[in-house]
Design a protein. Structure first.
Length: 166
């Protein structure tokens, strides 16, 4: 079940509400599908799949909220490695719904905890590039990231069983 973002909340509640709504949308696009269906790839040679999107978003959550905001740049990623930077998608066929969703849900919980007491104006920098950004920017970026990938999820789901939706 998706919870609509607040229409009259303060800035933080609105940002968190929209991010959670996008997270819930991705989960919704995967509901009722088997592991095999979740592993179905879009179109060759693409390795894009619904399970790959779940795995990818676990990486994105960790990257922005723990490695960058939490200032833990040495924390390893969940699925990818320097040797296999696209393993989140490329190796999705070896994963299961149970494992992939557990990893993603753990990263979402860790992201919420990492951001909980940080002001929106707090500035952090990416160790790799030195770029600076605020927590506010990270929230906007995460909403954009999920929204883009939810568009992919729409097309993947329609291909799998014809289901469509917002």
């Amino acid at each position: 079940m998706r919870i609509e973002p607040p229409q009259t909340g303060d800035e933080r509640a609105t940002l968190e509400g929209f991010l959670d709504y996008q997270r819930q949308t991705l989960a919704w696009k995967c509901e009722g599908l088997t592991d095999e269906q979740l592993r179905l790839r879009a179109v060759p040679p693409s390795s894009l799949s619904l399970l790959g999107l779940i795995r990818h978003m676990a990486e994105v959550e960790r990257g922005w909220f723990l490695r960058t905001l939490g200032e833990q740049p040495e924390l390893p990623f969940v699925h990818v490695t320097p040797e296999e930077p696209d393993a989140d998608f490329d190796r999705a066929g070896e994963d299961t719904r149970e494992r992939a969703f557990a990893a993603w849900e753990a990263e979402v919980a860790a992201a919420r905890a990492a951001a909980a007491d940080v002001p929106l104006d707090a500035v952090v920098s990416k160790k790799r590039t030195g770029e600076e950004m605020s927590l506010r920017w990270i929230y906007f970026h995460m909403i954009e990231e999920y929204a883009r990938h939810n568009g992919h999820a729409d097309l993947l789901r329609e291909r799998i069983d014809g289901a469509t939706g917002e």
